[in-house]
Design a protein around this ligand. Structure first.
Ligand code: SF4
Ligand code: SF4
Length: 163
């Protein structure tokens, strides 16, 4: 979540990108080993991980079933949102911007499923900021871990096609 685009309050009330259905397991946040070890140390038994199926050196956090029938990231506080602050996995930190594959090219997108996204859609300067500040770290992440890339969802707005 980008602090200068979305407020903590937006995310604490929404939590959409920290909660999953059983068929959304491919979206589970992926942690590099160093970050996973730091979280294990800081959070003790509250957070557990399993090796990611698609990339070595990445770990999937084990989600927790809740009374709402959904699977929650254990690092998501019920009223405060993500407990990692600025130290999130790259894809979590970039949301509601994401990277995907379209016709074998990587594209940088604005996700349609983030509820306050309509505030961003009409703000070219915010989109420009995202292209300048967020597109590069996501690209580096995807180049390092190419198997994490998903196919482009046509509902998302493409802001940049990478070379
Ligand atoms: S979907 Fe958007 S508003 Fe909701 S928690 Fe994620 S980044 Fe925040
Ligand atoms: S790590 Fe933080 S932002 Fe990412 S899914 Fe978990 S609670 Fe949400």
């Amino acid at each position: 979540m980008l602090k200068n685009i979305l407020s903590y309050n937006d995310c604490a009330q929404c939590k959409y990108c920290c909660v999953f259905t059983a068929d959304e397991m491919r979206y589970v946040p992926k942690f590099p080993t160093l970050l996973k070890e730091r979280v294990c140390k800081d959070w003790g038994g509250a957070a557990a991980f399993v090796p990611c199926q698609c990339e070595e050196d990445l770990w999937d956090i084990v989600l927790q079933p809740q009374a709402d029938g959904l699977l929650h990231c254990p690092l998501c506080h019920p009223s405060k949102g993500c407990g990692l602050g600025a130290d999130k996995p790259v894809e979590c930190a970039a949301w509601p911007f994401s990277i995907a594959l379209k016709n074998k090219k990587m594209v940088f997108c604005l996700e349609h499923s983030c509820p306050p996204v309509n505030r961003i859609k009409d703000k070219p300067q915010v989109q420009q900021f995202a292209v300048e500040q967020v597109a590069a770290p996501l690209h580096e992440w995807a180049l390092r871990y190419p198997h994490i890339l998903r196919n482009y969802d046509a509902q998302n707005k493409i802001l940049l096609t990478y070379d």
